[in-house]
Design a protein around this ligand. Structure first.
Ligand code: ADP
Length: 174
């Protein structure tokens, strides 16, 4: 079973085989994690995303899907871009958020990645409440069939870290 670990900090500093980007469907950059990854990773990542738009993803990457690029100057080997669903008070589909984690792990398997760092997808600009997003994230990772050995959730602030720690329970939180 995949081992889940928690870190508080900036995902762009993670030395993992792959770091996951909370991208938007344009793949051409944005705020939050996306902005930080492109800033610190340099122009090579954007160039790879532009290639993807010209080739397989002319209309953009659909919500819940994932695709890999170079990590440019980041300490990670690869970036896996996934598009979380926007939270809607009127009702949001948790399976789309779970799909981001599953699809990212599937892409990680294709890359041969053993350690994968995830941010809390959809919990920033896309507005998903942290408690609910953490539950969905942890369940999706625990339920995934993958050769990835370690999934590291990288939480930007103390509060998000605590929410994930509670979700994980005392046996796994470090
Ligand atoms: P989304 O559009 O999917 O909501 P965001 O990037 O806006 O994505 O936010 C997702 C989560 O990532 C939020 O909880 C935000 O606080 C956090 N975050 C923002 N910057 C970073 C970073 N550099 N490293 C890790 N987490 C980050």
């Amino acid at each position: 079973m995949v081992r889940i670990t928690l870190v508080q900090g900036d995902i762009t500093a993670e030395k993992a085989d792959a770091v996951v980007n909370a991208a938007n469907s344009s793949l051409l950059g944005g705020g939050g994690v996306d902005g930080a990854i492109h800033r610190r990773g340099g122009p090579e990542i954007l160039a790879a995303c532009e290639d993807l738009r010209r080739s397989h993803y002319g209309k953009g990457l659909p919500t819940g899907r994932a695709v890999a690029t170079t990590a440019g100057r980041l300490p990670a080997e690869h970036v896996i871009h996934t598009v979380g669903p926007v939270y809607q008070v009127s009702g949001s589909d948790p399976s789309l958020l779970a799909s981001c984690y599953r699809e990212s792990l599937r892409v990680a398997d294709e890359l041969g990645a053993r350690t994968v760092a995830f941010p809390a997808i959809s919990t920033g600009a896309y507005g998903w409440p942290m408690e609910d997003a953490a539950r969905i994230a942890v369940e999706a990772v625990r339920g995934a069939e993958t050769s990835v050995e370690e999934v590291r959730f990288v939480l930007y602030d103390e509060q998000a870290y605590q929410v994930f720690a509670e979700q994980l329970g005392p046996s796994e939180a470090e």
